[in-house]
Design a protein around this ligand. Sequence first.
Ligand SMILES: N[C@@H](CCC(=O)N[C@@H](CS)C(=O)NCC(=O)O)C(=O)O
Length: 206
Amino acid sequence: MIQLYGLRMSNYYSLTKSLLIEKGLAFEEVKAPPTQKEDNLARSPMGRMPAIGVDGHYLSETLAIAGYLERLQPEPVLIPADPFAAGKVLELACHIKLDVELVARRCLGEAFFGQTVSDETKANTEADLDKGMKALDRLFIGAPYAAGSELSLADFYTYFSFGLACGVTQKIFNRDLLEGRDKIKAVMARMAEHPSVAQVEAEKAS
Ligand SMILES: N[C@@H](CCC(=O)N[C@@H](CS)C(=O)NCC(=O)O)C(=O)O
């Protein structure tokens, strides 16, 4: 059985848990906060969450875990078999993760954890978020799914990354990151009702 290490409050942990459920794989959740302690670094070399354990071996980084799960259990398909279509799904997931989620994360401490970030960081965050969203305007298909006609890994990245990014932008900049982005909003709403995601959200609240 696969072990999933981390905490339910983490969006990346939640994304990975949704994928495990989606793939119908047996797994157990192991509470493991992000720390620089040796046992955690052995699982996740940057000390982050999530990580998974497979027969005493560990894998970190959600995108790497998603790639592993796709090969382990190809159905339902979340990364298309067609090489170029697969590239497009991963391209979209990367831009959501690197140019939106990771950018918004710079202000996460102030938005939700009582810390303070500098005005310079806020200004950089806002400018870089605009750039990232413009990149997504070019890539996001949303007809009806993030990368086109089929559900894919990009839909899971959309839901769990924009959840955090929208929360931060609302708190710090008092604005809706998805204003005028109806295709992304529609995917967010659809994914909120998607069974694996709904299960993760329900268990997070329990
Ligand atoms: N690139 C990583 C990011 C994981 C990540 O940032 N996890 C956060 C929690 S959502 C964390 O562990 N933060 C604590 C830290 O960076 O030390 C992934 O895709 O899994």
